[in-house]
Design a protein around this ligand. Sequence first.
Ligand code: FES
Length: 136
Amino acid sequence: MTNTQNIPADKLVRVTFQPEGKTVEFEYGTMPYDHHGKPMSFLDVAENFDVFLDHACGGSCACTTCHLWIKEGDAGISEADDDEIDRLDMAADQQLNSRLGCQAVITRPGTYVVEIPKWNRNYVSEGKPLTLAEGK
Ligand code: FES
């Protein structure tokens, strides 16, 4: 977690990625764009803070590997456009709170909790996929 002592409360963005429970915090409007997904998308946040969120298409709304469930903070997140809605229809385990991590953008300070579905949980948290065949 970053040092949040100097961030005014009304500018604080707090994002928790479940099921790991990793929480990251930063000042709204200061996070650099990591060139993955839309700026200030959950994928952008994940990439900035070394949280592994798969993104096979690079964040261009052309796959469903960045699928997330929004658990908290829905009111502060951009609405899904038609392209995202069409793409989400192809996602496994789609729920009412499903979004694509590369398309769902944080639009204001606040607290956000998202859950990465289980097919992405086969990866360890610090950005490295598990190796199934150890160097053989
Ligand atoms: S990374 Fe492919 S749709 Fe989000």
